[in-house]
Design a binder for this molecule. Sequence first.
Ligand code: FAD
Length: 473
Amino acid sequence: MSVRRTVVIVGGGVAGIAALVRAVEAGWRVELIETRTKLGGRATSFDDVRSGVELDNCQHVVMGCCTNILDLYDRIGVLGEIDWHETLWFSRGNGATDALSIAPILPAPMHYAPSFVRMRLFSWSEKVAIARAFLTILRMGPRGRLGWTGKSFGEFLASARQPPRVVELFWDPVVLSACNLPSRACEAAHALKVFDEGMLAHRFAGAVGVARVPLGRLYGRVGEIAASSGGALRLRTSAKAIAFDGARVTGVVCDDGFVEAHAVIAAVPPDRLAKLCSSTLRTQDKRLANLERFAFSPILGVHLAFRRRVLAQPNLALPGRATHWLFAHEGSADVGFEQRVEAVVSAADAWIGLSEEETTRRVLVDMSWGLGVSVEELTQDLVWSRPVLEKRATFASVPGIDAIRPRSSAEAGDLRGGVANLFLAGEWTDIGWPSTMEGAARSGYAAAAACTGGAGVLADLPPAGLVRAVRAI
Ligand SMILES: Cc1cc2nc3c(=O)[nH]c(=O)nc-3n(C[C@H](O)[C@H](O)[C@H](O)COP(=O)(O)OP(=O)(O)OC[C@H]3O[C@@H](n4cnc5c(N)ncnc54)[C@H](O)[C@@H]3O)c2cc1C
């Protein structure tokens, strides 16, 4: 009888879950160690004792281009829990909106053209400027983007002669939500990827997926999958150190004992990983050299429960306001509110330290601007509000960041490069995506494939024929 090889995965966020699913499929026994009581890491939900409602730590969206997280949802049986929206709504203030929608018939990259032309937020000359920049992005494709690595997206927009108003009202709302930094501070290659692969390359790429259940409920089958391998989920268990014998890692020291392993996949953020590694391990493994050099960017989510429906659209950008996006969720009579709006503030540094009352007041002022309803009326209809600030929501996608993101595995035969049976996962590793659930899923798949020799990262959506033709010109 063959003895199953054991991998210990540290961290039960999306990266750890993705690694677990792939490692089990490859025939390994998996032990997953997670400090918290729930899976999902940054993409999870909590029981809010004040409101009695299970709330996400913040609104999370996926997009059609996120092939790996969608594949993971499919494997854990929850793809059907995602609602899809083909329109992004932009507020013009005072209740007026513009829709940016995927047209039913037109092929990519023309699929947004009809609704874009109809947008009243921008003048004709501003639309021409945006279209010109889109054409440049489309033409350069993935290869051309490499030339922008290390520069800011603001530099790209300047080279594409984008008027400041267009940067503020069009490029920034999208870049802030996808990369959690404004254009002027964001790595150009990351933002260019968002617009190219997330909007232009494929008709379905820009569709927005929102979970219809609290995020923590998406991971219900993961324990069963771990158990099917002979391993287990060890929730409420903290890893204290990755054990290293000078050549290989041998397991993980936890607060409740030692878990022996043939291989370890570390799926925790860089600052947490630094705490798990001895200086000997860090000297031996070059991938661990830059863990302290990552900076982080905060996101504020404010849940607002209203007695009546205040937001008519499923999503609404508030261009130029401090609150960036609103998302609508149904309430019901038994929870005491008709609609819950989730307001999202990306790169929320300026909101740190504000009281809950002041945070709610500022969001209501922005909502009042967008919806054309007075702050007093909104306040009267507000049943409760619950701000949730994540100070380390994402690693900061600053120019040059990709140079310090480590590979998931040590290069074969190069022991100076890394320890052969230690694998790194997490959205901050070198997977070419900004800090997203898609990046996390890719990193987990990549680490599991390197560890087990099994299947790895799924390909991107194929660019449409017309997109390929434009790139070939
Ligand atoms: C407010 C907010 C909004 C976001 N919005 C979006 C969005 O709309 N779309 C999107 O795609 N992405 C979004 N993101 C980013 C996305 O959530 C992350 O990129 C992704 O979830 C990271 O997954 P991960 O598994 O790499 O890391 P994490 O989720 O951080 O998982 C790491 C896990 O390791 C555990 N851990 C840490 N130390 C130890 C230890 N010593 N022992 C055991 N366990 C440990 C942690 O508890 C955690 O569960 C958002 C993030 C935040 C915070």
